[in-house]
Design a protein around this ligand. Sequence first.
Ligand code: PMP
Ligand code: GLN
Length: 380
Amino acid sequence: SANRLAGFGTSIFSEISALAARYQAINLGQGFPDFAGPAFLKDAACSAINADLNQYAPSTGLPTLRAAIARTWERHSKVSVDPDAEITVTSGATEAMFATIMALINPGDEVLIFEPFYDSYPPNVLMAGGIPRYIRLHEPRWEVDFAQVRAAITPQTKAIILNTPHNPTGKVWSRTELSQLAAIAIEHDLLVISDEVYDRLVFEDYQHCSIATLPDMWERTVTISSTGKTFSVTGWKIGYAIAPNSLTEAIRRVHQFVTFASATPLQAAAVVGLNAGEPYERQLLQFYNARREQLVKVLRDAGLYVLPPQGTYFVMADIRDLGWDNDAEFCRYLISEIGVAAIPPSAFYHDGYQSGMVRFCFAKKPETIAAAAEKLKQLG
Ligand code: PMP
Ligand code: GLN
């Protein structure tokens, strides 16, 4: 294999899902719903296929989808965006992130990544020839030490990758934190690549804020999101990047030669999903609020210390009270002996740091979480 692959191995999600299947464990590991996507959305996809929307879409995305993304962005952020010049539809947020990094990072450029990170960021930076620089969020509340951010910056620093709401911790970056990060980006002339795939999954009184909407940030920010989480169809892989035209042009130049275009009928269906708007989003949040409460209680009853997540559909649970400190060993035991799968977050640290926690996903049917509860009783 090529030398550029030397810095990374197999994704933890494939590894844990394979192990979960082998032991027929209840899979609260990899983040995906185990329930059906909304019927109106599935109908829209079938209608699009039957209407013969089955050939290549325009490389930048169906105009109707870019318009729907723009309307959604404007409704939430109160800032307007030009769907023709500033939005690119991609095959999931994963491709949006890859295309963005390939488009904007030169060999030797340094990219700041907060740990724990979503697992595709470091390989993306490495494939571009960039150098990841890591900054740890500090548990238990996953706080940012901005002095550490400043200390990590060198003349080679080109960009910061941000993820809010944050996978795996559930942290929702506050407006104050984002303003502090924005000040650093402006001072050092850095790009910000902001992964906001969980933008609709924010609980209690926490608020999602897009850093692109802060003063003087639009010109230096790429915002990435996806329909996979919001519409419970992670297999559709319809994502997008929102960025000023100069950055969008670069992203589109990569995108046309990576995938060229994303699945046409699913783009057409995504329009119908986005047009369902606020009533749909409210319903989704209501469902996830209940699942979040359910899983937090289940984990606490099993003797795990848990701080409820502010956003996303993940919960971090502390395994140290149960006498464990190695998360990967604990997860192997949990899958093979207890019958429940979770993700070891050491996979999300460049140095395998042990946070003493494991990640559970609550994008699951109530009965799946209840079945996991039964199994987890063996833990105590
Ligand atoms: N970023 C984060 C933080 C994620 O959790 C995920 C999905 N699990 C992705 C990106 C990838 O999104 P997509 O499936 O749309 O490629
Ligand atoms: N984003 C999902 C998670 O965090 C997994 C996506 C994937 O398998 N690549 O669990």
